[in-house]
Design a protein around this ligand. Sequence first.
Ligand SMILES: Cc1cc2nc3c(=O)[nH]c(=O)nc-3n(C[C@H](O)[C@H](O)[C@H](O)COP(=O)(O)O)c2cc1C
Length: 187
Amino acid sequence: MSLEFLNQRLSVPSRQLGEPGPDAGQIDALLNAAIHVPDHGRLSPWRLRLIRGEARRQFGERLAQIHVRQDPGVSDKALLKDRERYLFAPLIVVVIAHVLDGHKIPPQEQILSAGCVAYNLLLGAQALGFGAQWLTGWAAYDSAVAELLGLEAGERVIGFIHIGTPIEPASEHPRAALADVLAEWTP
Ligand SMILES: Cc1cc2nc3c(=O)[nH]c(=O)nc-3n(C[C@H](O)[C@H](O)[C@H](O)COP(=O)(O)O)c2cc1C
């Protein structure tokens, strides 16, 4: 495997994603590859939910309802964003950290393992020729949305991974300079 693939990894904004999405065989292969992650203690501390088809519209509608209930003064623009956000990409994979509290494997390590699943989905989608973007937004941190998604106690949303075909290419942006983040440890 060449490092070039990692250097070329690029998110495609969800608004630039459209049909077709991965077919059933590609979804199966992608999800299986995505859970091939480092996992201290073999806890499988992640769960996945697919949102696709008509469920995308209903999910956005329910988010808007929750948003209004929590903030009756919420702007129309914000509500439109809630309603539209899940309509662009044909497939959204919700990556959930299933955290065992009080386990000898610290929660941070379980959450990071789930983060690896999310990142693998980005890499895997791109490897299959699709575009993808990892989004969170308020919905990822809201208890009413957690209930809507059917999350159990100890579970939290790591991200919504939007996957589809790029309808316009994503543009690259400046990346961090290694020298700014690298130091040699000296005793
Ligand atoms: C945990 C996480 C949450 C993110 N949530 C959002 C988000 O809600 N909205 C957004 O515009 N970008 C979000 N991003 C950033 C995009 O996924 C993406 O990284 C960004 O568009 C830059 O593209 P790049 O991945 O090619 O650098 C998030 C990234 C991470 C890692």
